[in-house]
Design a protein around this ligand. Structure first.
Ligand SMILES: [Zn+2]
Length: 76
């Protein structure tokens, strides 16, 4: 198992990968991004992507009504 020992000493930390946003080497602090700015950019993209779903909220309310009907027999 000398191969494994060597790996432990050579890569004690996660390997540096290119920042997904700008391609610069990532830093340990903001992994896998290079900076807080790039991490925020990626986060914003995720948030806006999940919020831009027109009509989604309406169907969620309908689901709530169905759940409410299911609970009615329980209160009798
Ligand atoms: Zn970056």
């Amino acid at each position: 198992m000398s191969e494994r020992e060597q790996k432990n000493t050579v890569t004690p930390l996660r390997a540096v990968i290119p920042c997904p946003e700008c391609g610069k080497p990532s830093t340990r602090e903001h992994y896998p991004f290079c900076s807080r700015r790039c991490r925020a950019l990626d986060l914003n993209r995720w948030l806006s992507g999940s919020y831009v779903l027109p009509g989604r909220k309406l169907s969620d309310e309908q689901d709530d009504q169905i759940f409410f009907d299911d609970k009615n027999p329980f209160s009798e």
